[in-house]
Design a protein around this ligand. Sequence first.
Ligand code: TXA
Ligand code: MG
Length: 315
Amino acid sequence: MKNIYSNIFSFNKKTLNKSIVNLKKGNVVGLPTETVYGLGGNAYSKIAVKRIFDLKKRPKKNPLIVHYLNYKDADKDVVFNRDFYKLYKRFCPGPITFVLKKKNTSKIQSSVTAKLSTVAIRFPSHRITRSILKKLSFPLAMPSANLSSGISPVNAFDVSDEFKKKIKIIINSGNSKIGIESTVVSLVGKPKILRPGIIGLKTIKKFLKISAMKKSSKISGPGMLKKHYSPGIPVLLNKKKADKNCALITIGKKYKNKINSFNLSKNSDLKEAASNLYKTFRKIKKQGFKKIYVVKIPNHGPGIAINDRLRRASN
Ligand code: TXA
Ligand code: MG
């Protein structure tokens, strides 16, 4: 039998070098981060960036996040401000992305930023991606490694399922620890959260004045498409039960174990629930259920990010 996962590699000196060589050539590589798996390519290379957009079938107007080892590396591409330093000091490296003004002298491809004057930057904490960044003289444009409008991959097999053999290297590092995408914060003008994540509004508010995105605004960022994070089957929210042929996503102890029920966290731990969300979506889809019902998820802490993804998935 052919090994459909032969493009998945564990991380060692050899695969580190293989990744570096490929990235330098303008190829893309599937990489683990603490949030979700990414599809990385040279942010300064037109061909690499085009490959990313083509592979994902991503609309050109949806800009990519550029990943750096540390702020010193980003200094040549973006204009820092006081709010940035405050949050960088507290949360980086980690699951937070900053939208800042792009420097005119920056070598970041204009396709990366969808021709905007701003750029989203992130400093991932994952050891593997950091050791790769350390060896590169350019930053990595790296969206989540899934087809556009689908759900993010949380392990190497998910990435391979999305792109099959169209990508040559995926580095395996088990399940992503956080399991949902980074918090996106705009620091251009009044600070604003564009995409909620595991680092929440309440936590960020301890360091600066910042507002949440308005629920009413349909699109909070250029790429914040309303239909996004879709598992490919209908998702219905705030349900209490589901028919046998539909899956029910639950949280907490009170739901009985049934073959069509999937518990995100028996202890109602919202962080754990977030880390299980996409995994559960994929599992349900693979098992052939035609619809997903979801019980009400508490809307605080990581629950805010979970509900954001669920709302979009249900659109
Ligand atoms: O956790 C993450 O952030 C993952 C890992 C791989 O780092 N990446 C990720 O990338 O989620 P992506 O491309 O799936 O999502 C990037 C989001 C999009 O919603 C995009 O619209 C927004 O960031 N974004 C990028 N550049 C922006 C900009 N200049 N202004 C506003 N939003 C921007
Ligand atoms: Mg994405």
